[in-house]
Structures are given as C-alpha cells and as structure tokens.
Design a protein around this ligand. Structure first.
Ligand code: ATP
Length: 371
C-alpha cells in the first residue's frame, strides 16, 4: 500500500462487466456489474438475500473466478491473481478467531505469513490497531474471554494490521445484537475515516447501508439497480425496486390512471385524484402513459384536520422515537405517513391527507422512473 496522502488512486477498485454464474450457467449470481470506487471511499453493496452482493464481493476478493469481466485494484488488473496477492483484507460474518491463541497472536496471524516484515514492525502494527479499536487490554486474553463486539473488533484488527489497499467486509455485524451493531457501525465508520482506506461492505440491511455508505450500490436479482450517495438513492430512486427497498416505513406506491381534466393532468387512483406537477404533466403527455405508479415517501403525506387530497382511516400509530409512523388506509390501500411525535391522536378514526406533490415520483409499468 502507498503511504497515506499518496493520492486518490490508493484503494481504488474497479469492477468491469462482471458476470458470475453457477451450475453450468443455470444460476446467474451477478451480471453486467460495473462499479467504480475512489480511494478512501466507503462503498456498500446492498440488496435482498440472493441478489448477488456476496458473489460480487467474493469476485473482488479473488475467492470466486468470474465468468466474464475484470477486477482492477489501484489500476492493476488482478482478475487472474490469487486472493493473497491482491492487497485486500476481508472481514466476514463469522468471526473465526483461533480459540487457542491469544488476541495478540490472532491479530498477528496474517502478518506472521509475511516473512519480509521485521518482528518489531509486526508488534507495532498490532499495538496500534488494538489501540485504534480500543481493545489493548484484551491482547493477552483468549477469544473466549471476550464479548461478541470485542471479538468482532479483533477480526477487524486482524485485517487492519495487513494495511491493505482496501477492506472487504461481508455482513460483519449480523451476529451482534441490535445495540452493539449500531455501536459497531459508528466505530467502523470512524476507523475507516481515520485510516482513509477504501471499504467495500456487504449488507442486506438498507438502514446499515444508509448509515455507512459514501456510495451505495443497490442490487436485485444479480443486477445493479442504482449507484449513488445515500441522499441520491433515497431522494431520487431510479426505479420502483430501489424506492421500495430503501427507507422505512416503505414509500407509498399508488396505482393510478393518467387523466386529462379541466385543470390539467391528474393521477386518479381508486381513492384519490392527485394533480400532476408541470414536469410530471409534460412527461406523461410526451410519453403517452395511460397508467403510472405514483410514489411518495411517508414524510410527504401531511396529515391535516380538514381538506387535503383524500380522507383515510387511521389504523395504527407506531412510535419511532421523535416521530410517529401513522399507518392509514383508504379504499383498502394501506399507506403510511410519518409525523412529529404525538401530532396525530390515536383516538382519531379518520385523517385528511395532503400529498406533497412536488416530492413525488412517477414510475411506469415496468417500474422505471418517469420523473
Ligand atoms: P445473501 O445475503 O443471502 O448472502 P447475496 O445477495 O449475497 O445473498 P449471493 O450469495 O451472491 O447473494 O448469491 C447470488 C445467487 O447465486 C443466489 O441465487 C445463490 O443461491 C447463488 N449462489 C451463490 N453461491 C453459489 C454456489 N457456490 N453455487 C451455486 N449457487 C450459488
């Protein structure tokens, strides 16, 4: 690895036209995957189970051989190289520490394979990593005497001492309980910032992806659906899948027909009529869409005393902390709104709902974003 501050190519990973199949091509694990990361970037691959994120990571790692495509690390084509020659370090879901070795020995294990490093350098790297991770006092203990979070830190430390060009992490916190997981997310992000080393992190948890990623790669069914910053992905989803997968509670997706009314284009569902914005009207007129899926996030359904676009039945209020998720339904369609804590009384039977139309999305029949 180049010294810190050596420029932004350090830790740059490129995946070009990656395809990997199993069972003689019967199973397409991932296809047409193109991802470009910058040095020092925290990249998260996220998607539902089976979407191909682990296979993509394993191809980067050199643990799977791609059918097609290239992997470049810092500009060098490593596609044909062995895993150990790629200057990458992995952290997996299962912690897999050697139970009979002390933490110190566990952390030094990978380094001990490197015969060209002096012992003093190895020890120093272990001490430094332990300090960064806040586990100095555990160095002479066995893994069984550590908590789950400490064990996961040791496995992170084992990767850190290698001083790789980039770290690859596959759901490293999924075995931890919720509080510890939240804590470790923040820790790992801080460590990544401090080391300024690229990380490629795999998770099925959209919230984890949003918290950690500088860049998020959303995958479904073997294909990349969208790549962007957390804000891009959240605010401007490219398709219905991304809109639905990211954010909790899920966005409202309403099936509508497109109609010309005396006041211009409107989207008509079986429970409401929503006027189009100028941009939306222009787009659907030009394309000639007859139906659309109208998408709007729960925070853009405003609950009012009266008026609004439609009246809905109040089903249940779910406290989220500072906000409430207000679950409602209209004409049998379940919807949700997010409001400040306590704003909507649980005693109400119905609520009037105003849609922030300027914050809405339109998707076509295939689920692709129109505007
Ligand atoms: P998960 O979160 O469940 O690990 P994932 O998104 O990481 O899922 P992959 O593990 O990459 O998905 O798997 C993608 C597809 O490839 C799945 O259909 C999976 O069953 C298949 N697959 C993965 N590895 C193999 C293998 N060694 N042999 C056969 N099929 C495989």
């Amino acid at each position: 690895a180049a010294p810190p501050g050596a420029g932004d190519t350090e830790g740059q990973i490129r995946i070009e036209n990656l395809r990997k199949t199993f069972d003689n091509g019967e199973i397409i694990a991932c296809d047409d995957v193109n991802i470009k990361t910058e040095g020092g970037e925290f990249v998260v691959l996220v998607g539902p189970s089976g979407c191909g994120k682990t296979t993509t990571l394993r191809c980067i790692a050199g643990l799977e051989e791609p059918d097609e495509g290239k992997i470049l690390v810092d500009g060098e084509d490593v596609t044909g190289k062995k895993s150990k020659d790629r200057d990458l370090a992995f952290v997996f879901q299962s912690i897999a520490l050697f139970p009979h070795m002390t933490v110190r020995k566990n952390m030094r294990f990978g380094l001990d394979m490197k015969t060209d490093l002096p012992k003093s350098e190895k020890n120093q790297r272990v001490e430094e990593a332990a300090e960064t991770l806040g586990i100095e006092e555990t160095l002479d203990r066995k893994p069984s005497a550590l908590s789950g979070g400490q064990q996961q830190r040791v496995s992170l430390g084992r990767a850190m001492v290698m001083e790789p060009a980039a770290f690859l992490l596959d759901e490293p916190f999924s075995a931890l309980d919720a509080n510890l997981r939240d804590h470790m997310r923040v820790e790992v992000k801080k460590i990544q910032r401090r080391l300024d080393t690229a990380m490629v992190f795999v998770t099925h948890d959209q919230e984890e992806a949003m918290t950690l990623g500088d860049k998020i790669v959303v995958m479904d069914d073997g294909y990349v659906q969208q790549i962007g910053t957390p804000y891009d992905i959240y605010n401007e989803p490219k398709n219905r899948f991304v809109a639905d997968f990211i954010g909790s509670p899920s966005p409202n997706l309403i099936d509508c027909t497109v109609e010309e009314t005396s006041e211009g284009v409107a989207f008509v569902s079986d429970f409401c009529t929503i006027p189009a914005t100028d941009e939306q009207a222009e787009a659907v007129r030009e394309r000639g869409d007859e139906t659309v899926v109208y998408g709007v996030r729960p925070e853009y359904l405003n609950i009012r005393e009266e008026g609004g676009h439609f009246v809905a039945q109040l089903d249940v209020i779910e406290p989220l902390g500072d906000r409430d998720a207000v679950h409602i339904s209209s004409g049998g369609t379940p919807l949700s709104a997010v409001t400040p804590q306590g704003e909507v009384s649980k005693d109400r039977e119905t609520v009037n709902v105003q849609i922030r139309t300027d914050e809405s999305w339109l998707f076509d029949e295939e689920g692709d974003r129109i505007v």
